[in-house]
Design a protein around this ligand. Structure first.
Ligand SMILES: C[S@@+](CC[C@H](N)C(=O)[O-])C[C@H]1O[C@@H](n2cnc3c(N)ncnc32)[C@H](O)[C@@H]1O
Length: 382
């Protein structure tokens, strides 16, 4: 096969992987990235033969292969729920790349934390420090070192970093504020079993497993903010086959601007994703669709599980007010943008806490993720 055909095929497989990843089809995306990586590797192996006719240097090709490994690693960490595979792939990327990136070392650290909770914090810190050797100003890695050091009671090291980040732009100072909140609410969990870097799929698994008893009693399973269907597909993958999922969205994107995201961000042009299985879509603004939907249900109906992924305070409020009376002890909610962004105290977090106060709801946290920004809550008293 000619070198340019090989590289052309690798590029196509790589681009397809990105598209499939975006559409929430992680297994197909993974197969595509694997194909791309294999083709890039074949190309590298045969470069002595074709090197004289290509403009790509050996180093460039290795860097491209490393990048394919990083995409695969992230996919494994976030969408496939396999952080050990992610750690291996990030390590491979850092070994292949002639100029290893700070992201790959940071990725190893986070994947180790996602796989082993607090059991390998020293190893994770070592990786974050390698990232910082390459990019000393990298705030994410500084934050990760500081949190892990704090958990190991090395507060002299962590405080210095937190202090620096507190003085930085809100994009970074909010991380310190979020960690303060998470630290307080996880203080009774032994270090080894505290997982703070779960990916999206793992967080959904925690939530859906906790909701299973109510789902088996016929409780509703809902997704608020379907978008392209990425998280809905993950829920479908985790749930028993006969579980029905209700997806609510306008499919025209955010009804108001949110931070740097303008009105209409996440629009799918009014088109609902093409889903197999027992999924029902309720198209429109939450405040217009939830009431009529609930009127159609039996009187005894209740909410077992909801993924709240709509960013906005007002949208979250519409969901929680709409479901008042249907949210019962045991109901599980995932909030997708709960912490770790500049306005976290004013969005989903605020709507949830205001409703808890108004409706007398008591709750406990089942999980936080400092990387995906999610939180899982279980209602204990309604
Ligand atoms: C971040 S996207 C959801 C992403 C999706 N969960 C995924 O994994 O692909 C947020 C979605 O919330 C929807 N949304 C936000 N506020 C809404 C509201 N008040 N009523 C209906 N849909 C809303 C937007 O249309 C958008 O599709």
């Amino acid at each position: 096969m000619a070198w340019n055909t090989l590289i052309g095929q690798a590029d196509r497989a790589f681009r397809l992987g990105i598209q499939l990843e975006k559409n929430g089809q992680p297994r197909k995306a993974s197969a595509s990235f694997h194909e791309a990586a294999t083709l890039y590797q074949c190309y590298l192996d045969s470069e002595s033969e074709f090197g004289h006719v290509t403009s790509l240097s050996q180093e460039d090709s290795q860097a491209i292969l490393a990048y394919a490994c990083m995409r695969l690693a992230f996919l494994n960490l976030d969408a496939l729920g396999d952080p050990k595979a992610a750690a291996r792939l990030y390590k491979e990327a850092s070994a292949i790349d002639p100029f290893p990136s700070a992201e790959s070392f940071d990725g190893i650290g986070q994947a180790l934390e996602a796989a082993f909770g607090g059991q390998h914090l020293e190893d994770a810190i070592e990786q974050y420090r390698k990232a910082l050797e390459l990019a000393p100003e990298r705030q994410e890695s500084q934050f990760h070192v500081a949190v892990a050091s704090d958990r190991l009671q090395q507060s002299d090291q962590s405080e210095e970093i937190f202090e620096r980040l507190r003085r930085d732009e809100s994009k970074w100072s909010c991380l310190v504020d979020s960690w303060g909140y998470v630290r307080w609410h996880t203080r009774k969990i032994p270090n080894d079993s505290l997982y703070l870097y779960r990916g999206t799929r793992d967080i959904m698994e925690v939530a859906l497993n906790a909701a299973l008893p109510l789902i088996e009693q016929g409780g509703l399973v809902c997704e608020f903010g379907v978008g392209s269907g990425r998280s809905l597909r993950m829920a479908q993958d985790i749930l028993p086959l006969d579980a029905r999922i209700h997806g609510f969205d306008t499919f025209t994107g955010l009804p108001q601007a949110w931070g740097t995201e303008p009105i209409g961000t996440y629009s799918t042009g009014g088109v609902a994703p093409n889903m197999e299985g027992k999924v029902t879509f309720h198209r429109g603004l939450f405040r217009d669709t939830i009431g009529p939907f609930l009127k159609e249900q039996e009187e005894s109906t209740f909410l077992a599980y909801a993924n709240v992924d709509c960013q906005l305070y007002s949208s979250t409020l519409d969901i929680l007010e709409g479901f008042h009376g249907y949210i019962v002890p045991g109901t599980i909610l995932i909030f997708d943008e709960y912490i770790c962004h500049p306005s976290w105290r004013y969005d989903e977090f605020r709507a949830w806490r205001e409703c808890c106060k108004r409706f007398g709801w008591k709750y406990e946290y089942l999980a936080f993720s400092l990387s995906t920004k999610q939180a899982v809550v279980r209602l204990t008293t309604a």
